[in-house]
Ligand binder design. Structure first.
Ligand code: KG4
Ligand code: ZN
Length: 363
């Protein structure tokens, strides 16, 4: 019997049995190897994250070849630990969800190949998940809201405002024209001599600094645009430090951090307000590593109260890369019986909107 027929028979039997939907998620798009087991789309039974940050720190960023190798070394143990901690066996799994893009292609391939091997050998449905969709779905794991939604996506590689009219449907309202928010944080952090990744360090230092110490630029682009640009801000920060050094004047890392963060946060918050006004959608979720930023959380929460909309952030531990969010994003597809075949491939530049167009088999 072919793979698809085995998957079809398992799906029909599992649905008829009325047992809970148990999805194993696998994430390996960048520098975290993660596996997680989720019950019924939102209940986290386990979420194991093996981070490579310590390894990449000495290079000041992620080295792709090193990342792939570590994923290969880790993936078995991480999945085993996730199953064990969840108290389930492979036989209990309803489906396997795996990130297949965007990300480092060699890193993605480790997770994709592993998922394929398991699904083929056991006849388990496989669902390929777009990584940013996973970040958005992290919100559903901590009592988030139902679509229609707006998502402010702020990660290391992406900064976007997305309209999500229904599960699995995404329309771009705005995106960065140069650096992503997390990327700007990391580059400024690196220039200040902070360890990689700079985002969490700047967030911490900003609490002790004066946000008005430096008047860094805000890139509004024009008064209606929902696009972002952070490279001018990054250059302004670097110039300020450079000029001060040339004049022999000291600069305070806390003040630069606070002033830089104030500029990033103000633009993110106001462009989100624009998106709310533009669409009339009053439920906003925040997604990606920078969603952990305390300055952003405080400012957006306050502004939402003033402007009359709701905002939801993922739990702190679910903001950065993890497999629970990948399994959560796969849940609506599972309910629709939409699965991937064994020709699923890693796609380094897979976009949110392309995810929907990817051919899936419907049972
Ligand atoms: O979403 P993520 O884990 O990986 C990608 O998919 O890119 O995001 C990582 C990014 C890094 O740039 C990191 O510096 C940033 O998120 N980040 C933060 C904070 N925590 C992580 N940026 C600002 N404040 C934070 N607290
Ligand atoms: Zn991510």
């Amino acid at each position: 019997m072919g793979f698809l027929e085995r998957v079809r028979q398992k799906y029909i039997a599992d649905r008829a049995s009325g047992k809970p939907v148990v999805i194993l998620g696998i994430e390996s798009s960048c520098d975290e190897t993660s596996a997680s087991v989720i019950r019924d789309g939102h209940e986290i039974l386990s979420n194991i994250v093996s981070s490579q940050i310590e390894i990449h720190k000495r290079f000041g960023g992620v080295v792709p070849e090193v990342a792939s190798r570590r994923h290969v070394e880790n993936v078995n143990d991480v999945v085993e630990e996730a199953l064990q901690q969840a108290g389930v066996t492979i036989e209990d799994l309803s489906a396997v969800a795996v990130t297949y893009g965007p990300g480092l292609v060699g890193a993605l391939l480790v997770g994709v190949s592993w998922a394929k091997g398991l699904c083929w050998s056991k006849g388990i449905p496989m669902i390929g998940v777009q990584h940013i969709a996973g970040h958005i779905y992290a919100n559903f794991l901590s009592g988030g809201m139902e679509p229609p939604l707006l998502a402010l996506v702020v990660s290391g590689g992406h900064t976007e405002l997305v309209h999500m009219p229904a599960h699995g449907e995404f329309e771009f309202l705005g995106r960065t024209r140069d650096d992503a928010a997390g990327e700007a944080y990391d580059k400024v952090g690196r220039a200040m001599g902070l360890p990689y990744p700079g985002g969490p360090q700047i967030d911490r230092l900003a609490l002790e600094g004066n946000p008005q110490a430096y008047a860094f630029p805000r890139a509004w682009i024009d008064e209606r645009s929902m696009d972002f640009s952070f490279s001018g801000l990054k250059s302004a920060v670097l110039n300020t430090m450079h000029n001060a050094e040339q004049r022999g004047e000291p600069w305070k890392v806390e003040d630069i951090s606070a002033s830089f963060q104030a500029a990033v946060v103000e633009v993110l918050v106001e462009k989100t307000v624009r998106a709310v006004h533009h669409t009339g959608v009053k439920n906003v979720v925040v997604a990606g590593g920078v969603a952990a930023n305390r300055g952003l959380r405080a400012a957006l929460t306050k502004r939402a109260e003033e402007a009359g909309f709701h905002v939801h952030f993922p739990r702190f531990d679910l903001c950065s890369d993890n497999a629970a969010m990948i399994a959560a994003a796969a849940f609506p597809m599972y309910l629709q019986g939409k699965f991937h075949d064994l020709d699923l491939n890693a796609i380094a530049s897979l976009s949110l909107t392309k995810w929907k167009d990817t051919p899936t088999i419907s049972l």
